[in-house]
Design a protein around this ligand. Sequence first.
Ligand code: PGA
Ligand code: ZN
Length: 430
Amino acid sequence: TITEVLAWEALDSRGRPTVACRVELAGGATGRAVAPSGASTGGHEARELRDGDPARYGGYGVLRAVASVGATLAPLVTGLDAVDQTAVDAALESADDDPLLGTVGANAVLAVSLATLRAAAASTGRPLWRHAADDGGGAPLLPLPMVNIVSGGAHAGRALDLQDVLAVPVGATSFAQAIEWAARVRAAAADLLDQRGVPTALVADEGGLAGGLDGNEAALALVTDAVQHAGLTPGADVGIAVDLAANQLHDGTGYRLERDGVTLDTAAWLRRLEAWCRDYPVVSLEDVLVEDDWAGWATATGALGATRQLLGDDLFATNAGRLRRGIDDGVANAVLVKANQAGTVSRARHVTELARAAGYATVISARSGDTEDDWLADLAVGWRTGQIKVGSTMRSERTAKWNRLLEIEATAGDGGAAFAGAAALSRSPA
Ligand code: PGA
Ligand code: ZN
């Protein structure tokens, strides 16, 4: 039974405030969680509440969200059974007439929801992933990681138009090997840039390399070369994923590639993506078009989705209604799952289950503003998402998740851990 809910203002990896929360239960068990925060946010995601007071943290303060925990959310969940996450989340969701939770603040709601999950796990004496799995047993399933190598867009001062160029260790046979390969590719990419005299010490929001590339395609070429330079085989060992974050590219007339000096209409943009897919070992494309172009997305799925993963982030916004529409319209074949886009643990889990039932792949994801909290890793394993996207192999808010997954794999004990591998991709490379 929940006896106490406390919230406070903490900092995320960008140095901006975020909501932290501690839930205490009658038996003395406690759970603590911190909410993450995006920068390239979609229009359909749950809405965080910020103070807008320029005198504190440049307006990014979250004291109002903290106050809604004390005044509104805590009274609603106090006395509820923390093990019944569905009931707790239903109570939290009932606090706001806005389904996007903008009045009480989705950042407040998610912090309470996650802290409850942690407290319940503590009360049962089980690891968080096991509690989240709720299946009574079974070996943990470690996800295939998507690891940021080169960053652009809103995460890197628009050094590139593409937001993320990532390494996907499709040939790895364990999570630990996948991370070692990804780290090797990142180091090799930095080495190749060093050879060209490009400074590589400064990193982007998610720990990726930023800057020094003359155009967007150069980033795809760099990562492909880096795989080779790392002693691995592009395609067979390590594929490439790209997050186009297309909302950020569209200027009202077309897809604007500032670094290439062109604006492309949808057809020309899709042709460019097809060309990149022919020339580089691309296994996954995320947010290829703006979030509300459902017709364009259906066309894109026909053109690009037959042979590779087509992943909806801002498109689906971890929203069951939007995912259902996508499934009905044959749009994309994979969904990015971000708990704070949904607002509660239960909503995010529901989206994961809906996707799986429709044959869509699931990729659980951190945000560009994240924290040292590692609940994401346990949800990836417990929900058997198959894939995870966290950022690069440096910056502690990123490594917290990788390290937790390494721990789960290393300590799996009897029966060991299974690794999802390339089979987790919506369209596995042959
Ligand atoms: P965000 O970016 O956390 O800044 O929204 C992550 C992504 O687009 O995948
Ligand atoms: Zn994205």
